[in-house]
Design a protein around this ligand. Sequence first.
Ligand code: FUB
Length: 442
Amino acid sequence: MKKRIFTLLLTTATVAVGVGAQNPIISDQFTADPTARVFDGKLYLYPSHDIPSPIERLKEWFCMADYHVFSSTNLTDWTDHGVILTQNNVPWVQPDSYAMWAPDCVVKDGTYYFYFPSAPKGGRGFAIGVATADTPVGPFTPQPEPIKGVTGIDPCVLVDKDGEAYIYWSGRGMSMAKLKPNMVELATEPKQVEGLPAGFKEGPYVFERGGKYYFTYPWVQDKTENLAYAMGDSPRGPFTFQGLIMDESPVGCWTNHHSITEYNGQWYLFYHHNDYSPRFDKNRSARVDSLSFNADGTIKKVKATLRGVGITDARSKIQLDRYSWLAPYGAYIDYLNPANTFEGWQLTFNRTDAGARYSDVEFGTHPVRLLKARVRTDKGGTLTVRKGGEKGDIIARLSVKPTGGAWVEARAIPLLSVTGRQELHVSLTEGQAVSVDWITFE
Ligand code: FUB
């Protein structure tokens, strides 16, 4: 009975998070290793949950005590369904190990199987366990023991079109095995995935598209992890190396870890970066960008963006610092409050004609009548907001008097009747430096 009450407490909180359609997609906590899965028309995100370590031993390392699950139907608004599993409610996990690393979740015959690595009690290294549920958000009941025969991290499970399931994981190379129909035991001996170029690899993610099987993974080809892939005709391989999905990040985060999912006819790459933790890359945040294929099935390289993929409502706070394009001079972003990065960013224009573009803003069918912006400026300046690029029609001119360094809400009446989906272009057209927290329309 006690255990039952505990499980319910773990699963009742659902909170709206990450409203805004930009990267990172979850804006109130760290979320790494994002596995995205589509169940019954809804997209679910199963990340690891990085935290600043409460114990000395892990101050400079990964530290994860539990898992949350998030969902979205539009990739703009995300709901946090709360904690679905903790290191304290899995019988085989060492409770103070803080090693609930990258998970996966799949459905088979109406049961949801959540696969997760962790540190076993009294053991060494990592084992991989399974927790089951009747819904994608739990409550999840952990199996009493981890999967026998599997030592490692980063599980990924593929349920193939014929109902057979395969598990892939990393640790001493990349391994795979077939799962028994019960999904919690191996049906075959683990075997190494061969034919991939040398260099450190982890985080395998395998999916099928058009009869081709994609074995994708983070790979240290040079200094930090890029995302690479190989293709084959069977979930058992062999896989032939094809190239990169995403280059290593030029700054910041040593790891990358991803999943690739089709949702409503579009493919997406979910991955992570240390957006909210610039000085410590073990506190990461999930991102998403669109992914597409060439005619021969190979993957077009994805460029990491801040803009992300969702549609932004013109009547919400439009965070220009998550731009789709930024002038290479005279404009830069910065944290609003470096002491609490979760407060987000500001965009500063400090040279006349420096601009930024922000795509996919939905104005709807009723024209807006007011532009508002949270801004600050020492000496004053004018921002010009256009639709459709730097030569596009002017929506509004926002003149801001010196604010003495304080944030103020400035207003302007639109000169145009704007409806529908628009790309905005905002630039400093007169005056001195102006910083923008957000703009919105009413
Ligand atoms: O999140 C901990 C580890 O970092 C994962 O298991 C790896 O894939 C890397 O992202």
